[in-house]
Structure formats: C-alpha cells, structure tokens
Design a protein around this ligand. Structure first.
Ligand SMILES: [Zn+2]
Length: 410
C-alpha cells in the first residue's frame, strides 16, 4: 500500500502543528496525539520513552529519555502575544517515535518553565515543546548509555537579536551567569552510584556505593557542625540516582560546590593511590577509561562526547574547579600520609565525567583509593581510616574556602 496523498499529508502535519504550537496552556485543550504504531521493520527503533525535570528559581533541567541515539534539532520561538503564545523552546527528535503518553502536558509551573508538551509531529519526528515563562538561556547535550537528551534552562537572556525561528544547537553556548563569590554557603556532596549500580566491587565483596555513602554522611555532618555550611547529599541511602539528576540537584540547590565521591578500581591488584578530577577533555587513556567506567558507558562513547562537550566545558567554573581539586588532593594525601604513611599521590587530572557536566559551580570528583587493592580495600572499610579521609576532604574544602575569602578581601 502506498502512503497518504501529499494533500492529506499536509493536512495531517498542519493539524499537528496547530496542536503543538497553538494549544492553550493548562490543559484547556490537551493534545490528543498518541504514540504512533511502529511501522513494520521499525519495532525497537528510536523512541522517546519518558520526560522528567528538576526545578529551582533560576534553573530547570529537562531530561528526555531515549531508547537509542537520536539526531535532534533545537529551536527557539519568541513570544507571540497576538496568539497568546509564550516564548518556547522546541526540540525535534528526528527519526523518532513516541513511546510515552502525550495526552496531557507535563506541568512544571516553576519560575522558568510552565509546561512541556509532546507530540508525534510527523511520522518520524517527535516534537517536544517547552513553554517558557520568559526568554531564557538554554543549552542541550546528549548523553549515552542509556541515551538521554538533557536541556538546561537558565534565567536571563533578553532575546535581543533572536530571530523568530532560530537554530540554536549549533551555536556556541551562551556565557554562564556569574554567581558572586561570597564564601561557601551550600555544598552538595555526591556519593557515587547506589541502588542497582554498586560501582566498583572490591576485595572481599565490598561495594564502592556503600563506602562512599558512609564517607559522604560523615563529611556532611562535619561540614555542618564545624563550618556552619548547608550540605545536601544527592542520595541519603542505597538508591539509584541518574548521573544527570545529581548535577541538576546541585544546580537547583544553587550550591557553591559540588564534590562527587568515588573509590577507584583497576584490573591490576597492585594499583593504588588517590586522584582527584575536574571536568575537561583529555587524551590520557587511563583517565578516559576511568570516566567510561564511572559514566557506565563505552570508551567509544567518551570519545564521541569529547567533541560534543567541547563548548560546554569552556564555560564552566574551570579555574575554581582546578583549585578545588588541588586543595582536596593535597589535603587528602597529607592527611592520610600523616596518619598511615605510604599513600600514593596520583595527582589532579581531568576527564569527562557525566556527573560534572552542566554544573554551575566549581565541581570535582575524588577517587578515594583503590577498592581492588587488598590493603586499600581493607582500610576503606575501617572507621578510623574513613575518618581520616573525611578529615582530608574537610581540610581541603576549608582551605578552598579560605582562599575564596582571601580573594574576596583583596
Ligand atoms: Zn565510582
């Protein structure tokens, strides 16, 4: 059988355009689109399966979960008061079908985003429309394993020079809004992994997720008690939290620091030591492999991401992140070396950790010893040694804080 005539096709597409662009807000006329039946031979093809969001006053992250890699376009549409249409960002997921319910808009109702509407715009194009409160900055990136398209929306942007219809994803990311340096008010600690993701499993079956949660909780208490800062943990217990939700949490909390805690692993049982990372492209093979493992992705996907992220990393708080990484690393090494002698300093390094992508504050990831080394795995489970690690991390954050105050008072 042949497809519909071109006249019918135009009508169908026009009707969908109306639904997606002209639908009044708050569900007055919900879009009635349904997931398209998969054409023969395309079952298991590209699907949009879920949309979730994280909100705060000045930041919203929308994550679109996909069944596989999807080509996409992002456009911005300015407000059309005559048609009672707000400024909108719309994302076209190409060669993709709906794998989720789209009968109702997803209400967000935060300071930046009113709602998200989804529809099968054309037989092979899913359109996701973000109805904004006002013109906002945005940027997007695709993460693999599982594939998800992340759109970050930030307050600000006056829309000057924005065309009515503008392709945005090929342009350089707009500069990040500057958050004034005023010491440390709030810190987000991120105990790596959790739930179905145990992280690295070490000697004697000890799991990375359990060690880092214990250390994060101890560190949180110490920071609150002795520095008087607010501390937020990305997980309080043994639950799974997607990597991009952890950064989103830190952004939504408007935290001043983001510290992700992990233990290292190596096929070589003799490998040991401490290293601290900040987010940047790298050509170092060991760092690429480590990031691939922590990201739960393949080495090839890391290489692809290096290119995709090239414009995302340059706007991050790179200098402050490097300073923080050095403070933490030297403090950890001196604390553990002082108490326990021989601790190998593997230094400050850079790699593409998904959990750091899009963070709006200085952010680092510490690899606290090798869980695959017999001696280090044993010490990681000992309370006194965990306390020494906490002390090292605490001192590093404190020194970083002091250096901020010095700069502020210059
Ligand atoms: Zn890890």
């Amino acid at each position: 059988m042949r497809g519909p005539t071109s006249a019918k096709m135009v009508f169908q597409v026009s009707a969908l355009v109306w639904i997606l662009f002209a639908m009044p807000g708050n569900g007055a006329e919900p879009a009635k689109t349904k997931p398209a039946a998969p054409p023969d031979g395309e079952r298991g093809g590209r699907l949009l399966t879920r949309i979730r969001h994280t909100s705060s006053q000045s930041y919203t992250r929308v994550t679109m979960e996909l069944s596989t890699e999807v080509p996409y376009e992002i456009h911005f549409l300015k407000e059309e008061p005559g048609h009672q249409l707000p400024p909108r960002i719309y994302v076209d997921l190409l060669q993709t079908r709906l794998g989720m319910d789209s009968s109702q808009p997803i209400l967000v109702e935060d300071r930046l985003l009113r709602q998200v509407r989804v529809g099968q715009f054309a037989p092979n194009v899913v359109r996701v429309v973000l109805d904004l409160r006002s013109v906002s900055r945005h940027r997007a990136f695709l993460l693999p394993d599982p594939y998800r398209l992340v759109v970050d929306i930030h307050a600000g942007g006056n829309g000057t020079g924005l065309a009515a219809l503008e392709k945005r994803h090929s342009l350089p990311a707009p500069p990040m809004p500057q958050i004034p340096v005023a010491g440390l008010r709030k810190i987000v600690l991120d105990p790596g992994h959790g739930g179905k993701d145990p992280g690295a499993i070490g000697i004697g079956g000890v799991a990375e997720k359990d060690i880092v949660l214990r250390i994060a909780k101890k560190l949180a208490n110490k920071l609150k008690r002795e520095m008087g800062v607010q501390v937020v943990l990305t997980r309080q217990d043994d639950t799974f939290v997607p990597l991009e939700d952890r950064t989103a949490m830190a952004n939504a909390e408007e935290a001043d620091l983001f510290v992700s805690l992990h233990t290292n692993a190596s096929p070589n049982p003799g490998t040991r030591g401490i290293e601290t990372y900040y987010l940047d492209n790298t050509s170092d093979e060991a760092s690429i492999l480590l990031a691939a493992r922590e990201n739960g992705t393949s080495r090839r996907n890391i290489s692809d991401l290096q290119f995709i992220l090239s414009d995302l990393t340059q706007n991050s708080k790179l200098e402050d992140s490097i300073t923080l990484a050095h403070r933490l690393q030297s403090s950890l090494v001196s604390q553990l070396g002082h108490r326990y002698g021989d601790v190998k300093n593997l230094g400050v390094k850079k790699a593409l950790f998904y959990v750091l992508v899009g963070a709006r504050m200085p952010s680092v990831l510490s690899e606290l010893l090798f869980i695959t080394n017999k001696v280090e795995a044993r010490t990681l489970t000992q309370r006194a040694y965990q306390d020494a690690i906490v002390e090292g991390l605490f001192n590093g954050i404190k020194k970083y804080h002091e250096s901020l105050l010095v700069v502020k008072n210059l």
